[in-house]
Every structure is written in C-alpha cells, then in structure tokens.
Design a protein around this ligand. Structure first.
Ligand SMILES: Cc1cc2nc3c(=O)[nH]c(=O)nc-3n(C[C@H](O)[C@H](O)[C@H](O)COP(=O)(O)OP(=O)(O)OC[C@H]3O[C@@H](n4cnc5c(N)ncnc54)[C@H](O)[C@@H]3O)c2cc1C
Length: 601
C-alpha cells in the first residue's frame, strides 16, 4: 500500500459519476471549458503542485511555525514557492470572470483543486483560500478602480487578501464591531480600530496585504445595518511605489494547530492615517460578506473533510503495516502476529473514518453544484438552487468539522501509543482539524442559523425542498433490490426528521424563541446524520448501477463494492443515532435554559 493523503479515485467518482460536474459545461458561462479532459488536466496539475510544494512541507510548517519577531510575522520560506506555484497555474484567478483576466471555472472545479491542497497541507492552503475569497469580494462588489488597483497583483500571488471582521469584543456577534471609518474629501475613509485573528494577515511570502475590512461609517445606524466594507491595504501603490498605510501588525496568535498559518492582530490608524476604500455601497458591508459566506463555509467544511481524509489514509497505511496480536479465535502463539487491519475493532475505526470523510465530501460536492447552478440558471430553478444552498450551508460547514474531529481522533487511536507521539503525523491532524468548528462561525452559531433562520425561511420552503431531494433519492434506490432496505431506513429517518421539526416549530409559533432554539446544536447533529445517510444512499445507487451493468471502466469493481460496504456501515452504526436525538429534541423538559437559581457551580 502506498502513502496518500487524498483518493483521486474517490474525487473522480464524486465529480463525474455522483455529482456530474460535466452538466455545468452545457451552460454559457462555462462553455469555454474543453470538456472532461481539460477538467482532468487541471485537477492533475493541482495534484502535482500539492505533491511537490505542499505535502512535503506539511510537518515542517508545523514544527517551524509562524512567529512574531521584531514587529513582523516570520513565516516558513516554502510559503513563497507555494504562492508562486499556485499563481503560475492560475488558481488565484480560477473562478474570476474571463473579462477580468480570470479562468471563469466552476466553483466545483476550483474546489476540487483546493481539496487536494487542503489535504496535502491545510496551513499553506489557508493563505490561498482566504486570498481567493477576498479577491471574489473585490471582483463582485468593488468598482473598476478597485479591480484595476488590486486584482492583477492578487492574481499573481504577490499580494495577499484577507478577511478582517473579528474584533476583541465582536466575534460571533458582528453587529458589535466598533472599527470606525471617517469620510474625507479625497475619496478615501480614515479607518481606526483593531482586528484580531486575521488569517494570513501578514507573512513573508507577499509584498502587500489587502484587508477586506468591516467598519462603521461615522453616523451609521447601530447594529448590522450600519456596517460597511472597505479595502484597507498595508501599502498603497502610488507611481510604482508602495507607500505605508499605517496598518500595524501587533502580533501573531500562537495556536494549537494550523501553526504554519499566520493569525494576525492588526491595528489601524494608531500610528498615522490608515486609508480605507469603500467597496460597493455604504452600510451594505455585512450583506456583501454574507453573500460570500456560503462559499467560505462550504470551503471550511471541505477543509475539515480534507484533513480527516489525510488522517484516514495515514491510519489505513499504518494498520496495513503494524502486526499485533492474533486472530481473536486463534490462541496458537506459535503463529505470527497478524496485521491490525484484520481486527474488527480497528476495521470499525477505519470504516467510521471512511464513512465520515467520503460522506462529507459528497455533501460538499452536492452544495458546490448548487452553488454553480444558482449562478447559471434563472427563474424557479435558480430559486430552488438558492434555497437548497441556504439550508445546506450551515450543515456542510458543521458536519464535516464536528465529525472530522471524531474521525481524526479515531485515526490517531488506530496507531495506539504511537498516535500520541510526535513521531507520526496523526497528532498534527488532530490539532489542525480542531479550528474548523470554530472559525467562519462556530458550530453553535451555525446551528442557530439552521434552526432559527433556514428552517423557517419562506414558510419552510427550503426545508421542504431538501426533504423532496432526499425522498427522490429514496425512490431511485428502490430500483435496486440490494438497496431497498436502506431506502426504507432513510425514508423513516426523513419522516422522523420532519416530525421533529414540526414539534420544534410549535415553540417558534408561540414566540417561545429560547425554547425553540435551546437545542439547536442537537438539531444540527440530527440534520447532519440524516443528510449524510442521504449522501451515502446517493453514492450507493451509482455504485450499484455500475456493478449491475458491469461497467468498471471508470472505477474498479472493488471500488464500487467498497462504496456499498461503507454505506452499510453508515446505516448500521451512525444513522440509528437519529432516533435518540429526535427523542431528546421532543422531550419537553428544559434543562439548559437558565433558571432563577444558578445550577452551574
Ligand atoms: C485560527 C483562527 C483564525 C481566524 N481567522 C479569522 C479571519 O481570517 N478573519 C476574521 O475576521 N476572523 C477570524 N477568526 C475569528 C473567528 O471567526 C471567531 O473566533 C469566531 O467567529 C468566534 O468568535 P469568538 O472567538 O469571539 O467567540 P465568541 O463569539 O465569544 O463565542 C464563544 C462561545 O460562545 C458561543 N456563542 C456566542 N454567541 C452565542 C449565541 N448568541 N448563542 C449561543 N452561543 C453563542 C460560541 O458558539 C462559542 O462557543 C479566526 C479565529 C481563529 C481562532
């Protein structure tokens, strides 16, 4: 068995067979793409970059983390090569419009490349991902002047883009941000304030930093309606020179994981005037950010699945090499020890990981396809894609992140004592994945978004559309005798899911908001499990279809059989958890809501 961090077979299976990326090429926006060969070529070039520039430096970037020294953040020297390789291959401009000098690729294809980068080295990929997000904001909402001033150098990987939202007192609650923007007569705003936890906020691989910053224009309404978006560069380019814009980097947060990825503390307007340039209209900053959040949240879910993928393959490799003990029914000590992959409990840990990783990646691609289709369709179809994406976004951010932590923990467990040592990579994956359920909105905030906003939106239309999609998969599966019992299990899980929602909505209808949302995180867990079972049945249908037809040209028979087995694992070991969670959600006893007498002591 060879060492790997991602399965290219699985990626191709999801892209071409389950979620059929090729459908997108029939739309005008993507008709310049040559076909599957071109897609394959791009994905393979991304793999070559990851193999050469990212994966070999995954440990080194953790062991030599970014540090703040002499007023600057020092980063690993390899980061420069990463930026160069990614820029040379065009990945920074890959989703940008042709008219702006971009490649105008589907987000699904861009994300396939990023998946490979994330699995190879999530710290290094973080810089690339956040810069592309910042680029997307400038391109979508910025003026022609901003395009001309910033896009070319960001495409070239010379300038790093960042997202500067969080402040010391405003993390989950962005309505509380206080960074101020005072208009001037010279076309810029004076920005004063502090931003913390800014990913990629400063390092040595780029010459300039372009902070997409949320700030409040003097006199703007309180709360979210008074927040605007600004481009705040570290240096302003003027007549070919880079002039200091007085953005001070006050430090780098030393972290549990992703230690190669800078997390800066920035101060604006304290040591001189910091100029900010308004993006789009005043007071619409948060709505612009929200428009970008779907893609950013899918990206975090995907990164979690990518890290869990790398951990899975590391533990699978180890399980195939490590002899320990004998077959459980064999007491003959004269026989050689067997490899641990033969022990049922080790197999359980491996199958659990495979089911979480490949299930999550399937859900990610489901969402990516909706994301692209929402851009290219019109009318009812566009509305449908929009609503499905809205309801699935908090789930696709949260399930891979939370299940990913469990998955990597099991990967580490497969190595026994060695898993806990610094000699193996598992400890790093375990630390790296922990951030996924925190940034880009914590799991708790995602759960409130799902139950508080997305389930009731448009009178439950998004939720009903999601159930209809799941039920369609149930119907399709009944065409295959081998899948009928699984389709029945999913059908009853969907029914129970719907019943649970109706139960919870009673509180919302009575205006009992706290009771309605108190167990939002449990509801998220339930949603994740049902959604995963849906994705597993979807994959199993494709695999069963291939096995029936004997068409093993795209993948081997063993690959398809392993898909069916993993679906069985998920339905036996994970799906049944839904009834216990529903039971708790429908239990009227309120334990977590604060009462007069404090119980937490
Ligand atoms: C490594 C790293 C990188 C980051 N990168 C960036 C970046 O690039 N740009 C950026 O702007 N920010 C970034 N962040 C900030 C990140 O998005 C925030 O840390 C996150 O949103 C949580 O905010 P907080 O830390 O203030 O926690 P808090 O908001 O204080 O939350 C603390 C706890 O309370 C819970 N909680 C909060 N409010 C509620 C509520 N209303 N109901 C129920 N529970 C609630 C949360 O779920 C959490 O469990 C980064 C953070 C880290 C650690």
């Amino acid at each position: 068995m060879t060492k790997q961090y991602i399965s290219m077979e699985n990626l191709r299976f999801l892209l071409y067979e389950v979620h059929t990326i090729q459908d997108l090429l029939t739309y005008k926006r993507f008709e310049h793409i040559g076909g599957i060969e071109e897609i394959n070529g791009l994905i393979h070039s991304a793999k070559a970059i990851a193999d050469k520039e990212l994966f070999p430096f995954f440990r080194a970037m953790d062991e030599n983390p970014v540090v703040y020294r002499d007023g600057k953040i020092r980063s690993h020297p390899q980061l420069k090569n990463v930026f160069k390789a990614v820029a040379d291959a065009g990945w920074f401009s890959s989703i940008s419009a042709l008219e702006h000098g971009g490649m105008q690729l589907p987000f699904m294809l861009y994300s396939a490349a990023h998946l490979i980068f994330e699995a190879a080295n999530s710290s290094a990929q973080g810089y690339v991902g956040v810069s592309t997000g910042a680029l997307e904001l400038i391109e979508t909402f910025g003026s022609k002047e901003l395009h001309e001033a910033y896009l070319p150098n960001m495409f070239a990987g010379k300038w790093q883009g960042t997202m500067a939202l969080t402040e010391p007192q405003a993390g989950s609650s962005l309505s509380d941000i206080t960074t101020s923007a005072t208009p001037t007569d010279s076309g810029y705003y004076e920005i004063v304030g502090q931003k913390i936890f800014i990913s990629g906020g400063e390092h040595e691989a780029c010459e300039n930093f372009v902070h997409l910053t949320l700030a409040r224009i003097k006199g703007a309404p309180a709360g979210t309606k008074g927040i605007s978006l600004f481009v705040v560069p570290k240096f302003i380019q003027h007549s070919g020179e880079l002039l200091d814009n007085h953005v001070v980097c006050a430090g780098d947060f030393q972290k549990l994981g992703q230690r190669g990825y800078a997390t800066a503390h920035l101060i604006f307007g304290e040591r001189g005037v910091t100029k900010g340039f308004l993006v789009g209209e005043a007071n619409k900053g948060l709505s612009y950010m929200f428009l970008m959040m779907n893609s950013a949240r899918i990206a975090v879910g995907q990164t979690a699945a990518a890290v869990a993928s790398a951990a899975y393959y590391a533990s699978l490799f180890y399980a195939n090499e490590r002899p320990q003990g004998r077959h459980i029914a064999d007491k003959d000590l004269s026989k050689e020890q067997i490899l641990i992959i033969n022990h049922a409990d080790v197999r359980r840990m491996l199958l659990m990981q495979k089911s979480f990783v490949e299930g999550s990646l399937s859900l990610v691609n489901e969402c990516l396809k909706y994301f692209d289709l929402e851009k290219v369709t019109t009318g009812e179809e566009k509305e449908k894609m929009y609503l499905l994406l809205e309801i699935l976004t908090p789930i696709v951010k949260t399930y891979p992140s939370e299940a990913g932590i469990v998955s990597v923990s099991n990967a580490l467990q497969v190595l026994g004592g060695y898993g806990f040592t610094m000699d193996f990579d598992l400890q790093q994956y375990y630390r790296d994945i922990r951030i996924m359920s925190i940034y880009e909105g914590t799991s708790g905030i995602q759960a409130l978004d799902l139950l508080g906003r997305k389930v009731p939106m448009q009178n439950g239309k998004a939720f009903q559309l999601l159930l209809a999609e799941m039920r369609q998969t149930v119907v399709t599966a009944t065409a295959y005798p081998e899948l009928i019992s699984y389709s029945e299990l999913l059908a009853s899980a969907i029914q129970l899911y719907e019943t649970t929602v109706h139960h919870l909505l009673q509180f919302a209808k009575k205006g009992e908001v706290e009771k309605y949302l108190a167990d939002a995180s449990l509801f998220m867990e339930l949603s994740g499990i049902v959604t995963m079972a849906w994705q597993w049945l979807k994959q199993a249908i494709v695999a069963q279809m291939a096995l029936h037809s004997g068409d093993t040209e795209k993948q081997s028979q063993a690959f398809y059989e392993s898909k069916i087995e993993t679906m069985r694992f998920f339905f036996k070991y994970e799906l049944p958890k839904n009834s216990a969670i529903s039971h708790t959600l429908m239990n009227l006893e309120m334990v977590t809501i604060k009462k007069e007498q404090e119980v937490l002591m």
